[in-house]
Design a protein around this ligand. Structure first.
Ligand SMILES: C[S@@+](CC[C@H](N)C(=O)[O-])C[C@H]1O[C@@H](n2cnc3c(N)ncnc32)[C@H](O)[C@@H]1O
Length: 272
């Protein structure tokens, strides 16, 4: 037990974080929580974690700030090649085939837990490449980290962060800026960034594709189920859900259909 954060206060803070966001702090990542707490207490000149918890409970802005501070925002462009192989060779062709005869030539895709924007921009680039000319693309991207969303909207990345982008996309969709690169306006304009806490229902409807990768790992089973139910309600018939490669809906009571493609496993909402 640490002198700074005793077990009882750790439990209370972690329960509060969980009730506000679904994020579950296990004993093994207690040290991360401690270090974020220490930093914040120093800045605010607050004496103890218990006093800080009282402040959090009274102050929604501080809660938002603290939730942002404890998130892990690691991401990259074209993360997980197998997902993009499936997206390009399975999901997009299926969407085109189903939608073409209906005259509804629009794809709505949501990147839930989009961090600094690499995932939704990748998705916008891929859809721009593979959808027939004239189709509408709407990319929604959300996170509860305001810091990440600000960077995402800017669309600027240092050179080291763009090296996973295949050359053909790179030359077409990025331009040099200062000492890095910026996603071109044609792609930036396709993406709408939004603050959203996945604990709550988004009110969105008729989404064709949802990417929620490397987010569920931070939630416990009950919070995961809650998020997955929200996705179900937000998705159209014959829509697809991508979750992280280390995440699974196995054992969860859900109507999503498990699909094993040649590249990876994804989920489908089959019914309307
Ligand atoms: C590791 S990043 C994953 C980014 C991207 N999806 C990827 O796979 O590269 C996880 C993101 O989930 C966000 N997140 C965690 N809990 C959340 C919640 N309750 N609501 C919304 N976003 C959340 C974090 O802020 C973080 O940016």
């Amino acid at each position: 037990m640490s002198d700074f954060l005793n077990d009882a206060v750790f439990q209370n803070i972690r329960d509060y974080i969980y009730s506000e966001s679904g994020i579950h702090f296990s004993e093994s990542n207690r040290a991360i929580l401690e270090s974020r707490l220490k930093e914040r207490l120093r800045t605010l000149d607050t004496e103890t974690p218990a006093t800080y918890l009282n402040l959090l409970k009274k102050d929604k802005d501080e809660t938002r700030y603290f939730l942002d501070a404890i998130t892990t925002n690691l991401t990259r462009f074209f993360r997980n090649q197998a997902h993009y192989d499936t997206f390009i060779n399975y999901v997009i062709p299926d969407m085109i085939q189903r939608k073409k005869p209906t005259g509804n030539h629009r794809i709505r895709i949501w990147s839930a837990g989009c961090s600094t924007g690499e995932e939704p921009y990748t998705n916008a680039m891929v859809l721009s490449e593979y959808l027939p000319r004239g189709w509408d693309i709407e990319v929604i991207a959300s996170d509860l980290s305001l810091k990440s969303l600000m960077k995402a909207k800017e669309g600027f990345y240092p050179a080291a962060r763009v090296n996973g982008i295949p050359k053909n996309y790179f030359t077409k969709y990025l331009e040099p800026k200062d000492d890095g690169f910026r996603v071109k306006e044609s792609i930036r304009n396709l993406v709408k960034f939004d603050y959203h806490n996945l604990k709550f229902d988004s009110g969105r409807k008729d989404l064709d594709i949802v990417f929620c990768r490397n987010v569920l790992i931070y939630f416990d089973g009950a919070a995961q189920k809650n998020v997955i139910e929200h996705f179900w309600n937000a998705m159209a018939a014959y829509s697809y859900l991508f979750i992280g490669h280390s995440e699974s809906l196995f054992g969860m009571d859900t109507q999503f259909e498990f699909i094993k493609t040649d590249w990876t496993c994804i989920y489908r909402k089959q019914v309307g």
